[in-house]
Design a protein around this ligand. Sequence first.
Ligand code: SF4
Length: 238
Amino acid sequence: MQSYIKLKELKDQLSSKSVKESLEKLISIFPGRIIFTTSFGIEDQVISHKIFSNNLDIKVVTLDTGRLFSETYDVFSRTLIKYNKKIDIYFPDYVAVEKMVTEKGPLSFYESKENRMECCTIRKIVPLNRALSNMECWITGIRASQSNNRSSMSNLEYDDDKKLFKYHPLFEWSLEGVENYIKANQIPYNVLHDKGYVSIGCEPCTRAIHKGQDFRAGRWWWENSKAKECGLHNGTTA
Ligand code: SF4
C-alpha cells in the first residue's frame, strides 16, 4: 500500500517537469539507486544524451545477449566515444547458455514460444534482474505511441515483481520528436533505423517492418501474439 501512496506523490512531484528536471528529482529521491537500461535504440539514445551531457548520477547499463546486430555494437562504441562515459555491460550466465544451446541448438527459439521464453530468460531477464538488484528506480525509453499495449501504461509505474519504480521520460514524445532531437543534437543512432527497423533487439528475432505496422511487428514475427514483449516490462502498476 505504501508503494501506491508514494507512486501518487511521485507523480505529483514530476508533473510539468522537463526530462532533465524529472531525472534530477528522481536522483534526489533515490540517490545511488537509479538505473537506466539501454539497448541503443533511438529513444534510448535520447535518454543517454540527457544523462551523459548533464552529468546525471544515473547508472547506465546494457544487456549483451550474445545475439545482437553488429550495428548495435557500432552505436554502442560511438556512444562511448562521443560522451566518454561508462556503460556497464551485463552478460548471461555462460553455463546456462552452453547447456541450452548444446541441448537444443542455436535456433531453438523458432521452434516454440516456450523455447523462445527460455532463451529470453537466460539471455535477458536473468542478467536484467542482476542489474536491477538493489535499485529503486528504473529509467526506460518506452513511448506511449509505440503500441496499444504501451499506451495503456503511465509514464511512472510501480513494478510489483521487481519492487521498484519505473519512469519513462519520453512517454509522451512522438517518433518525429525523437528523430528531430537526435538530428539537432548529433546523437549517434543505430543505422538499422534507416532501413525499416524500429524496435531493435537480437539479430535472429528482429526484422524490418513496413510503414503503418505495429511498433513490435518486427519482433518474434513467427509468434501469433498481440503482446510482443519479452518479459522485461511485466508486473507494473500505473
Ligand atoms: Fe534469444 Fe531471440 Fe530472446 Fe534474443 S530475442 S534472447 S535471441 S529468443
